[in-house]
Design a protein around this ligand. Structure first.
Ligand SMILES: Nc1nc2c(ncn2[C@@H]2O[C@H](COP(=O)(O)OP(=O)(O)OP(=O)(O)O)[C@@H](O)[C@H]2O)c(=O)[nH]1
Ligand SMILES: [Mg+2]
Length: 432
């Protein structure tokens, strides 16, 4: 379409998605148009070309990189004699096949139902999804047609449940926020999980596959000269991520919503790195979390052939940090910058603690840097420099809190080489 960048291989990403979904790609076709055809998206001649292509390969499914209307899908299927799946449906299929936890299954089901509602006649196996390939909509499709009302009721029920899950997660994540949270976000396949593993020995699944991660994992990360932070690896984003999917993944992204800092990981070796960065910012905006402190991490620099490629990205994002999660390059620098950025979040406070509240007293010395203590009969006053993110429990049980200086000077993080990346702490959370 006009205004869309013409890439060298415009179907590369779709190819990756299709493969991830378990299909075997036999042929590809691109058309340049000023507007989509109302009835078939493609022009007449292309539809005929597509029909012949399907015949030649005996293809089962045609996957469009665009979002199609239900009518366009119907007309195309009739014209070419094969199932037609659009980009949204493909992404939903991948999520449905990959969702492991109750939470992400709920999220996917809501999104699928909302997608299917206007298409009820065509597909209904998502309610009782069987392990079939994309577009292979199970037997007895007609019997599976369900009244729109039932679908709406189901969506309503699921959304109610999802809202409860969201609430629970919100409290859960808030409750264990004794250390600041750093959340890794980014385009799918950018290397988020690989970075998480490199920084924390987390052993999360990293694969050359789109949407390998669907659930959030959090691990403790020891920042040298700083202390413990929680590092979260999250679901990847993609261009044109279905809105309903974004909305229903809110609870999965709770760690990100409550994070002090985002690490936005981008694949600097990708030809579409700018588009990917923009797409990620768009999803963050949609989630209402774009206002957070964010460090842009340019990953996979080992896979870049010419320095000009990296410089092109650095020209536009001069504060970005080049790394290679695979070869540990740049991680010391990244660690240092994270420490500095989090340091800005330090608060200088005087906390009045009941002398009997040993728990809070030890919490303050564990999480913050205690500068002085004054012992009264009933109250101990502690002057402490605390990470802002660790103040939750303090607010809960302190007798009084007085802020001394909002712009408290941070502890200076001391950069150390690679050893910092390992630690043996157990996982702090699994979305289970
Ligand atoms: N060359 C190179 N490849 C990398 C690097 N980091 C990650 N990769 C590869 O990129 C692929 C995707 O890595 P993941 O860590 O699974 O990416 P992700 O961002 O977690 O992807 P999703 O969870 O699927 O969204 C894997 O094949 C990694 O081995 C890097 O620094 N250099
Ligand atoms: Mg991942």
């Amino acid at each position: 379409m006009p205004g869309q960048p013409v890439e060298a291989d415009p179907l590369e990403e779709l190819h990756g998605l299709a493969t991830t979904a378990g299909t075997q790609v036999v042929d590809e076709m691109v058309q340049r148009r000023s507007t989509p055809s109302h009835s078939t998206y493609l022009g007449k001649g292309k539809v005929e070309e597509l029909r012949l292509m399907v015949e030649r390969h005996d293809a089962d499914v045609i996957i469009f990189d665009n979002t199609l209307t239900p009518a366009q899908v119907r007309n195309l299927e009739q014209a070419v004699g094969a199932k037609v799946v659009d980009r949204t449906e493909l992404i939903l299929d991948i999520f449905a096949a990959g969702a492991r936890t109750h939470e992400s299954r709920l999220a996917v089901e809501v999104a699928q139902l909302e997608y299917s509602l206007p298409r009820l006649k065509r597909m209904w196996t998502h309610l009782s999804r069987q392990a079939m390939g994309v577009g292979m909509r199970g037997p007895g499709e007609k019997q599976l047609e369900v009244d729109r009302r039932i679908a709406q009721k189901r969506i309503h029920d699921l959304q109610t449940e999802l809202a409860q899950v969201e609430h629970r997660r919100e409290r859960q994540v808030a409750a264990r926020k004794e250390s600041p949270t750093v959340s890794i976000v980014g385009y799918t396949n950018a290397g988020k999980s690989t970075l998480m593993n490199a920084l924390t020995d987390a052993d999360v699944l990293a694969q050359d596959k789109l949407f390998a991660t669907l659930d959030t994992r959090t691990r403790r990360w020891q920042l040298p000269g700083w202390g413990t932070v929680l590092l979260s690896d999250t679901v990847g984003f993609i261009r044109d991520l279905p809105h309903s999917l974004v909305a229903s993944f809110k609870s999965t992204l709770e760690e990100t919503r409550q994070a002090e800092l985002l690490l936005h990981v981008a694949d600097a070796s990708s030809a579409t790195v700018f588009e990917q960065i923009t797409a990620v910012y768009e999803v963050l905006k949609e989630l209402g979390i774009e206002e957070k402190d964010t460090l842009l991490v340019l990953n996979k620099i080992d896979a870049i052939e010419s320095p000009a490629v990296l410089n092109r990205v650095l020209d536009r994002y001069p504060n970005a940090i080049p790394v290679s999660a695979r070869s540990n390059k740049g991680l010391a620098m990244l660690t240092e910058v994270v420490g500095e950025t989090l340091g800005r979040e330090f608060l200088d406070v005087e906390v009045d603690v009941a002398v009997t509240d040993g728990k809070l007293l030890s919490y303050l010395s564990a999480k913050g840097e205690v500068l002085s203590r004054e012992f009264g009969e009933e109250i101990t006053t502690v002057h402490v420099r605390m990470p802002a993110g660790a103040m939750g429990p303090v607010h809960k049980s302190a007798k009084a809190i007085r802020q001394i200086d909002r712009e408290a000077k941070p502890k200076t993080p001391t950069a150390q080489p690679m050893e910092i990346v390992t630690q043996d702490d157990p996982p702090t959370s699994e979305v289970a």
